[in-house]
Each structure stands twice: as structure tokens, then as C-alpha cells.
Design a binder for this molecule. Structure first.
Ligand code: NAI
Length: 286
């Protein structure tokens, strides 16, 4: 039987999540997607209208099939956590069962088990503010959406993950080096995500034989990255200074994720794997 993957954090065809879905589909996996509730309508209607058909083409010429799209808001674990104003918001009221716990239950009901869990989401309301000007609210919101969201997803999905399964998240070098402009506590959130990768690798490995890794990806012009405001500069910087002087494609990250999710990586867990043209290894720009 082919593997089944749940990928949280796809709302268009520009980001890392989409590229990971494609690489996993090309390797024969069945694709389930979790899409942020406010982005769900436009994503689903674009899918239906064929807006993504060109980017659904796999290396063998076939189109990637998406078996099901689930609405998801990864900052809420269960219905009790959802505040009234969110419940009343019409974009949220139009969908149901989108808290992490409910999505895991729906996937279990629909498919029984999964093999691969991908976390490709982040959010920091104050990302454009320096850390020194970040509010407590902004900082905690960044951690909630970008770090705890992974803990919560793994916690709720691990019971339906087959032994030998794998989970992957996406991180950024701002966790360990100073990247001015990556503010609002997002650098802190990525540090937490990387630390949690190690601890969760231990816990999920011992208890469930699940591997946990994170990919430290180079810059990509995704929707989320454009919102930060310095993405073109980061891409130029990388092309100028990295050992491999080419623009990073989302597909290269997708392929690394497919490798990490596969039995080829059966002894790799708790790792931060750089997929960044080697930029992380440089000490100075030249
Ligand atoms: P993206 O915009 O394609 O993906 C982010 C997704 O997160 C969006 O689909 C958004 O709807 C979703 N999202 C936000 N809040 C959510 C919530 N509460 N619940 C569920 N979904 C939510 O952008 P990108 O850049 O592909 O981001 C994917 C991952 O890659 C993120 O973790 C990001 O930090 C990471 N990354 C991105 C880099 C880049 O240069 N684009 C570099 C290194 C890491």
C-alpha cells in the first residue's frame, strides 16, 4: 500500500507545503491537506476551477490528486478553546471541525491512519517589528501559531500514525543566527520548533517509532515570506553568498522532505536538515 500524508499549511501553489505535497505524490503517497480556515474558500475554488492545474503536473506527466482538503486552524486544539468572536466570524462559521483535535478525529474517521505528517505553517502578527519592539501578545501568538501548533498536531495525530511513520516541519536559520527583519518573536518561535524537534523525536520515537525532523529551508518567495517584506533581499543575498549560487526552488525542499519521510531516512530523527544551497555553512559573505 502507498503511504498516506497529511500536510498542514497549504493555501496556494507557491509555498513549501505545495511543493512537499507534489514530491510526496510523485513518490506515490496519497495526499490530504489541512488549509487555514480563512484561506479555505479561495483555495478550494481555485483548485476546482483548475487554477493550479499547471502546477499539479508531476514528473511523469500525471496531475497530483488531492484526496481531501480539511479546514484547520492550528492555534486551537479543541472547540472549548475557540473564543466567541472567532466562532461568530463568518469565515469560520462557514466551516466546522477545524480545531486540531477535530481534524485528527475526522482523518481517523475518513482514512483510519496516516504515515506522514507535515507541518508547513507559521504566523507572527508582529513579524515586521524588531524583537525589542514586540508585544507580549505578538510574541506568544508567534509561538502559538508557529511552534506549539506542531506539538499539538503531532500530539493529536501520533495515535493514528503507523509505526515507522515520519513527521517534518519547516524552520529558518533565524533561529540560531541574527537575521535582522525576521522579527515579532518569529526567530524565537523557530528556536522552539528546533528544540522541540529533538525532544519530540525522543518521545515519539520511543513510544510510537515515529521519526521527527525539521528542514531549515533557504528563502522562497511564498505568500508568507512576501508578508515579511525582505524576501527579495534574502534571495539575492543567498545567490551572492551561498556555496551554490542559484535560486532555491520549492521543489528542492519538497524532494528533501520526501527523502526524510521515506525509509531511505530510517535512521534520521531529531535532526535539523539544511536545504539552503549551503548558506548556513558560511561564516562571512563573499
Ligand atoms: P505559505 O504562505 O505557503 O505557508 C504558510 C501557511 O500557513 C499558509 O498556507 C497559511 O494559510 C498557513 N497558516 C497560517 N496560520 C495558520 C493557522 N493558524 N492554522 C493553519 N494554517 C495556518 O509560506 P511558506 O513560506 O511556504 O511557509 C511554510 C513554512 O516554511 C513555514 O513554517 C515557514 O516559516 C517556513 N519557511 C519559509 C521560508 C521562506 O523563505 N518562505 C524559509 C524557511 C522556512
Amino acid at each position: 500500500r502507498g503511504k498516506r500524508a497529511f500536510i498542514a499549511g497549504i493555501a496556494d501553489d507557491n509555498g513549501y507545503g505545495w511543493a512537499i505535497a507534489k514530491s510526496l505524490a510523485a513518490a506515490g503517497a496519497e495526499i490530504l491537506i489541512g488549509t487555514w480556515v480563512p484561506a479555505l474558500n479561495i483555495f478550494e475554488s481555485s483548485l476546482r476551477r483548475g487554477k493550479f492545474d499547471e502546477s499539479r503536473v508531476l514528473p511523469d506527466g500525471s496531475l497530483m490528486e488531492i484526496t481531501k482538503v480539511y479546514p484547520l486552524d492550528a492555534v486551537f486544539d479543541s472547540p472549548e478553546d475557540v473564543p466567541e468572536d472567532v466562532k461568530a466570524n463568518k469565515r469560520y462559521a462557514g466551516s466546522s471541525k477545524w480545531t486540531v483535535k477535530e481534524v485528527a478525529e475526522s482523518v481517523k474517521e475518513d482514512f483510519g491512519t496516516i504515515d506522514i505528517l507535515v507541518h508547513s505553517l507559521a504566523n507572527g502578527p508582529e513579524v515586521t517589528k524588531p524583537l525589542l519592539e514586540t508585544s507580549r501578545y505578538g510574541y506568544l501568538a508567534a509561538i502559538s501559531a508557529s511552534s506549539y501548533s506542531f506539538v499539538s498536531l503531532l500530539k493529536h495525530f501520533v495515535p493514528i500514525m503507523n509505526p515507522g511513520g515520519a513527521s517534518i516541519s519547516l524552520t529558518y536559520i533565524a533561529s540560531e543566527r541574527i537575521i535582522p527583519g525576521y522579527g515579532g518573536g518569529m526567530s524565537s518561535a523557530k528556536s522552539a520548533l528546533e528544540s522541540d524537534t529533538r525532544v519530540l523525536a525522543f518521545e515519539a520515537g520511543r513510544k510510537h517509532k515515529i521519526r521527527v525532523n525539521t528542514i531549515s529551508a533557504g528563502p522562497l518567495r511564498s505568500r508568507a515570506a512576501k508578508a515579511i517584506g525582505f524576501i527579495d533581499m534574502m534571495i539575492d543575498y543567498s545567490t551572492e553568498n551561498a556555496p551554490l549560487q542559484k535560486e532555491l526552488s520549492a521543489e528542492e525542499v519538497g524532494n528533501a522532505a520526501a527523502f526524510l519521510a521515506s525509509p531511505l531516512a530510517s535512521a534520521i530523527t531529531g535532526a535539523v536538515v539544511y536545504v539552503d544551497n549551503g548558506l548556513n555553512a558560511m561564516g562571512v559573505g563573499v
